[in-house]
Design a binder for this molecule. Sequence first.
Ligand code: NAP
Length: 382
Amino acid sequence: MRVSTATSSRSDSRVFTVVVQGYGTAQARNAERSITVPFVRLQTVMQSISQLGGKVLSVTPCSEAPAPAAAKPAATKPATTKPAVSHADVPVNLYKPKDPFVGSVTENYSLLAEGAIGRVNHITFDLSGGDPQLHYVEGQSIGIIPDGADANGKPHKLRLYSIASTRHGDNLEGNTVSLCVRQLQYEKDGETINGVCSTFLCDIEPGAKVKITGPVGKEMLLPDDEEANVIMLATGTGIAPMRTYLRRMFEPAEREKNGWQFRGKAWLFMGVPTTANLLYDDDFNRYQAEFPDNFRYTKAISREQQNPSGGRMYIQDRVSENAEEIFTWIENPKTHVYMCGLRGMEPGIDEAMTAAAAAKGLDWAELRPQLKKAERWHVETY
Ligand code: NAP
């Protein structure tokens, strides 16, 4: 290995070319690659390469060091002063737990194919007749207060669910809201326990009345920009907000209604245990067929596919496979990332982004808070 750092006295502005092998995602591992690294990042990058099993072949100063500002790729730019996502006109808490809106169920059907694990239902409520009218935008949640009382005889507390319909509702009339709900079930002392609210919702019949609160949430709002790029990372029912975004972007009647002519690129990563557990899959396949230049759909089917280590294929493994490309998207200031579902996916996604950032001489631990501040990194996980 050749290491030379001795040609310049401009210590802070120096830039180096690091030639490395055996580093990066699967396809890139065998190739020899050059990475341009500013002096201040050199040590961190070398450590990260070594931790990830890469071999540094040489480190040489670039003959012409770019000016410090030019040395930083776009992704490291601090937050823009204007928020990327408009918070104006986003309704919040129109109905509170003490005085909820009472809606009625219009439909409740299973989203799963035969052989799927568990129960996941799409449930729609009629919101008409409220004063004020209960309305919401894509990316928000509503609260549901299940009927009945808890073990102490007190009314049940509300549970929040991400909204799965656009503001226009599935019927496009602007007076309904839909949810995507998995029945929570777990074993305790040899007994199967059913989640109170999720079971209430999965069992509910059309016509039944339901106490609804909200809407709440400004973390998962879509940008206004019709040319934004949107990366979506969802596990299971975490698909709910992504379905609203994708309908807003690609569902023909919804597009006509909303007048939002999305022209950017969208990339959905979806994690489910089996093919039969895929949610809204036919719609997403249709969008992919109709908008091949704008929509990519990547699935991680954990109990049918294996990751490179022979374990279950999780969404973070798909992110890892595509980390360089995802990172290139993120370097574009028009790109937003949305994550919804199981919290367990977060460390693996961070790991993949850390490697992709390091390959460009950047530190993900520094970059991620900047993306968050710029309202381009949106996370709602449990
Ligand atoms: P699920 O069907 O149980 O799981 C979805 C997929 O995630 C499965 O393939 C599962 O694999 C995989 N998985 C398990 N552990 C993982 C990990 N550590 N990293 C990555 N993937 C992992 O999902 P679900 O029951 O619908 O649950 C979704 C979760 O999202 C719930 O916790 C729910 O509360 C939450 N959620 C959050 C929001 C929100 O934030 N607003 C909205 C909706 C849902 P295996 O089971 O095969 O291991």
